[in-house]
Write a protein that binds this ligand. Structure first.
Ligand code: NAD
Ligand code: UGA
Length: 453
């Protein structure tokens, strides 16, 4: 089997490397010459655990190639995957499909022999059929089918997610296309991965429905966390209590500063916009977007409150800038709301992130980027944890205390325990859990909710 992967970004590079690991001859194509040159020199342009080894192994085995020559890669391919970006369209929040359609046109010119053209990018319902129309218009003679094969991997655990997915979704309407898609995913059949074979429209919609549901789950627990704070309850215990119900499930119930990343924010928006276009407004997800945007804005306020109501002239140490750990991706990260809001309130920012600082420095200016967590904390009036990188989970608390001007920590990822932090002498603020003051060591009196309210 031979495939071409058009777009060698977070998804294209991981998917291409994983297909080559399955034994498929894979040509990863990108317009970005620098990216391809780096890959051909054995350097990986993104941070994704395990990816460098996988790429190196499959290049050495002669199964994985990187090129800017789309035409050569597509020629003789059994399947061509479109894995280009579908960002929010400026102004209206619809998915910007211009990269997908441009790729479809280029692919059309290059097709030779029967080929399945597969959309792996996250695209609204109807896109697969439009891709088919473009190809038919450009190359009426081409022998092809279109398929939809949305990707469900997460950054930071992308290889495991691709190699051992909960399911694979394939939308296609011809036996020839289904046969090729099944053959590509054969190693997953062998480990009994459920494969959902369906129509183009269903596959396209399933991807948006999955991301919207997960975003809704996170927003739900964030709302519950607010409730917990008001009444002295513990959101982790609530999450555990409800998550043990198999109908609810325990995953994606971790409260935080609001979801970010390159996918949930843009995909929830596109889901709402395409629903409205289809005459089926998605009010639940409209509310999720509104609540999440507001939450990200409110996070700076929590840090300001922890600093006694003002950060004017104060220094805040920020640990973690990426939207989640184990990635260098800064897209729609909560830090992009928090840091500027603190700066507007008069704070100086010292920041550290293990992988995100290079990208962060192009977006967040007037920030002092530091060499490690302790360097960032040195001389600060407060430390705020924005991303739960492992290296922040076991900080030397005595050292942190001695470096801070005041022992104030705002933990927006709940990686420490309130009791432990109080015992270590910190004024510690987290999400959805009763705070324990250093001297007091006991939960505050809960607000009583009158019966019948
Ligand atoms: P990305 O921006 O990291 O990569 C896209 C790449 O496509 C870029 O390198 C760009 O140069 C290249 N490109 C654009 N047009 C091209 C063309 N005509 N020919 C060759 N290369 C071209 O994007 P990404 O994060 O990999 O996302 C890609 C798609 O996958 C999106 O639709 C996204 O929603 C979806 N997705 C992403 C993730 C994720 O974790 N990032 C997970 C699942 C699905
Ligand atoms: C998400 C989905 O999980 C993937 O299945 C999907 O393929 C991908 O989007 C996509 O379509 O691109 P990703 O954005 O990489 O993956 O990361 P997640 O682990 O889902 O986290 C997204 C955001 O939600 C992060 O900001 C994270 O901190 C936040 N989150 C996640 C929480 O606040 N609480 C949780 O319990 C889980």
């Amino acid at each position: 089997m031979r495939i071409a992967m058009i777009g060698t970004g977070y998804v294209g590079l991981v998917s291409g490397a994983c297909f080559s690991e399955f034994g498929v001859e894979t040509f990863c194509v990108d317009k970005n010459e620098e990216k391809i040159a780096q890959l051909n020199e054995g350097r990986i342009p993104i941070f994704e655990p395990g990816l460098a080894d996988l790429v190196q192994k499959n290049r050495a085995a002669g199964r994985l190639f990187f090129t800017t020559d789309l035409k050569a890669a597509v020629k003789n391919a059994d399947a061509v995957f479109i894995a280009v970006g579908t960002p929010s369209r400026r102004g209206d929040g619809h998915a910007d499909l211009s990269y997908v359609f441009a790729a479809a046109e280029e692919i059309a010119h290059a097709l030779s022999g029967y080929t399945v053209v597969v959309t792996k990018s996250t695209v609204p319902v109807g896109t697969g059929r439009r891709v088919a129309e473009i190809i038919r218009r450009v190359r009426p003679d081409a022998d092809f089918d279109v398929a939809s094969n949305p990707e469900f991997l997460r950054e930071g655990s992308a290889i495991g997610d691709f190699m051992r997915p909960d399911r694979v979704v394939i939308g296609c309407e011809s036996d020839s296309a289904a046969t090729i898609m099944r053959a590509l995913y054969r190693p997953l059949y062998l480990i009994e991965t459920p494969i959902v074979m369906t129509t183009l429209e269903t596959a396209e919609l399933a991807k948006y429905a999955a991301n919207s549901f997960l975003a809704m789950k996170i927003t739900f627990i964030n709302e519950v966390a607010n409730f917990c704070e008001r009444v002295g309850a513990d959101v982790h215990d609530v999450a555990r209590a409800i998550g043990l119900d198999g109908r609810i499930g325990s995953k994606f119930l971790h409260p935080g500063p609001g979801f970010g990343g390159s996918c949930f924010p843009k995909d929830t928006l596109a889901f709402v916009r395409s629903g409205a276009d289809a005459g089926v407004p998605q009010r639940l997800i409209e509310t999720v977007i509104e609540l999440n945007d507001r939450r990200k804005e409110e996070m700076a306020g929590r840090i300001i409150d922890a600093c006694g109501g003002s950060v004017e002239g104060k220094t805040v140490a920020i640990l973690g800038l990426t939207f989640k750990p184990n990635t260098d991706d800064m897209r729609d990260s909560p830090s992009l709301s928090v840091v500027p809001a603190l700066q507007r309130a008069g704070a100086q920012i010292r920041a550290y992130d293990p992988e995100g600082m290079k990208e962060a420095a192009t977006i967040l200016t007037e920030v002092e980027y530091c060499k490690d967590a302790y360097d960032a904390i040195d001389g600060a009036d407060c430390v705020a944890i924005l991303t739960e990188w492992n290296e922040f989970r076991a900080l030397n608390l005595q050292r942190v205390r001695s470096l801070l001007n005041r022992p104030v920590m705002v933990d927006l990822r709940n990686i420490y325990k309130p009791g432990d932090m109080a015992a270590a002498g910190f004024d510690y603020f987290s999400i959805g859990r009763p705070n324990v003051r250093p001297a007091q060591q006991a939960a505050p009196r809960p607000v009583l909710i009158a019966e019948g309210n």
